[in-house]
Design a protein around this ligand. Structure first.
Ligand SMILES: [Zn+2]
Length: 481
């Protein structure tokens, strides 16, 4: 794609903007296989950085990585009734292998609960074998009719955690531990503020007792479910006969959880921070944190600025700042600035002949602002700038979310909001699925979560937004990806 090609402004067409940003930053591309995308190196690097941070958190909390097969016997899926009902319409099924019709058809995993429980039934015999704390980094397939890069593709990458515990309390604690860990990652690494809460029956994971979620608000005022953590109770344990001998000699089914985040987070990052110039990458997840652009006219100048630029590059790299030197002869400085800005690099250091002479560089932030900084101590100054940019992005996203959240909405306000600007609408809910469905029909908004206490309104709503009956819980509505 040429540099001159324009990025559609967000206000003109958010969806076109999103695609333009991804293509320009070379994060991903459409593949010859319908519904599947190719993640390009720059996009995959962001995912790798996400993986690194999450994987460390999983391991710190006692989880181990394992790997289970891509194929699942079709009969496994059918053992948990809600699970098969939820996933069967989305599965891809292998019927032939090695040129022959298969005896049992194989489902390409849409998620791995069933095959993992079949194994746990074998591995867990006694309370001494518990808890089992597993995570798998894998690809999965869910047949999608309408797809969007990163947000909804037929095949995508994710991690799925699966744990088994001796008691209900332990499993519930695990579900909430992971929800908190996801939230921390989203806020600290992605600079994506999320609200957490529990899903309604109609929005929960197929086969779960309860689903908790992290929900972010994107710049088009649609919600993005960024991660989910499920308390599965004993549903899968019963379906796969995963029993253990208790300390007192009895037999009990294990209590379990599952939880996941996917490459959809890359799409969430784009939609939270990007602007009309292109990608804005939070420093902690930026493939390049710093780009150094030397500026010269004559050959003598070139030697002098390149010498300084190489020194600075080496110094920043030694401090483990992901730094790249753009010394290309064929591209003008202005074009380089634009290119790196559209790729979301948080900090640019410009070094011209006068800067080299004065032992300084000009530090430009992707989020705005530009000032000369001395080369002595450049590592500290740059590190500080990256920390400030990271914190500034989170704060800006939080302010945006709050400005686009309305509390205590009435029925008319909810309709008006969802037909108009969108955003998070907080209101009372009677708990009746009929109201939930009617709201969805009329406004295309769903209940994103019954918010956790920290996000609840004070005073609490007293009546249901839709029917006016007594409210049993507050709910947050939004149109969603
Ligand atoms: Zn109601």
């Amino acid at each position: 794609m040429s540099n001159e090609q324009r990025i559609t402004p967000r206000a003109e067409d958010f969806s076109a903007w999103y695609n333009d940003v991804i293509m320009r930053a070379e994060l991903a591309d459409y593949s010859p296989v319908r519904g599947c995308m190719v993640i390009r190196p720059r996009g995959f690097r962001i995912w790798e950085l996400m993986q690194g941070a999450l994987d460390a958190k999983f391991k710190e909390t006692g989880h181990e990585n394992a790997y289970f097969p891509l194929f699942i016997p079709e009969s496994f899926l059918a053992r948990e009734a809600e699970h098969v009902e939820g996933f069967a319409p989305q599965t891809a099924v292998v019927t032939r292998g090695g040129g022959k019709e298969l005896e049992e058809r194989l489902v390409v995993r849409p998620t791995s609960e069933t095959i993992i429980y079949a194994m746990l039934a074998k591995w867990v015999q006694s309370y001494r074998d518990l808890p089992v704390l597993l995570n798998q980094w894998a690809n999965i397939v869910r047949w999608e009719m309408r797809t969007r890069l990163f947000l909804r593709t037929t095949e995508f990458l994710w991690q799925e955690g699966h744990t088994a515990h001796a008691t209900q309390e332990e499993a519930e604690q695990e579900t909430l531990l992971i929800l908190g860990l996801y939230r921390q990652f989203m806020e600290e690494w992605m600079a994506l503020p999320v609200i957490t809460g529990v899903k309604t029956e109609s929005e929960k994971f197929a086969g779960a007792v309860r689903t908790y979620a992290c929900e972010g608000l994107m710049q088009d005022n649609k919600a993005l479910q960024a991660g989910t953590s499920h308390f599965l109770g004993q549903n899968f344990a019963k379906a796969f006969n995963a029993q253990y001998q208790t300390a007192s000699g009895g037999l009990e089914y294990v209590w379990s959880t599952s939880w996941g985040v996917s490459t959809r987070l890359v799409g969430g990052l784009v939609m939270t921070h990007g602007d009309d110039v292109g990608l804005v990458c939070p420093p902690k997840l930026a493939p390049e944190q710093v780009v150094i652009v030397p500026i010269w006219k004559s050959g003598d100048e070139k030697d002098a600025v390149l010498r300084v630029a190489r020194q600075v590059t080496a110094e920043l790299q030694a401090a483990e700042l992901r730094t790249t030197l753009d010394g290309r002869d064929s591209v003008k400085p202005g074009a380089k600035y634009y290119e790196w800005e559209s790729r979301g690099v948080p900090v640019r250091l410009e070094i011209g002949p006068r800067d080299a002479e004065k032992q300084q560089a000009v530090l430009a932030r992707r989020t705005g602002g530009k000032a000369p900084v001395p080369l002595a101590g450049i590592t500290d100054v740059t590190s500080r700038a990256l920390i400030e940019i990271q914190a500034g992005l989170l704060e800006a996203a939080r302010v945006y979310r709050e400005q686009n959240s309305v509390r205590g909405v009435t029925k008319d306000q909810l309709i008006e909001l969802m037909d108009g600007p969108g955003g998070f609408a907080y209101g009372g809910f009677c708990g009746d699925v009929a109201c939930e469905e009617a709201i969805k029909q009329r406004t295309k908004a769903t209940i994103r979560a019954l918010p956790d206490p920290e996000f609840q309104s004070d005073p609490a709503p007293t009546t249901c937004v839709w029917c006016g009956d007594k409210s049993v819980t507050e709910a947050v509505w939004a149109r969603a990806y």
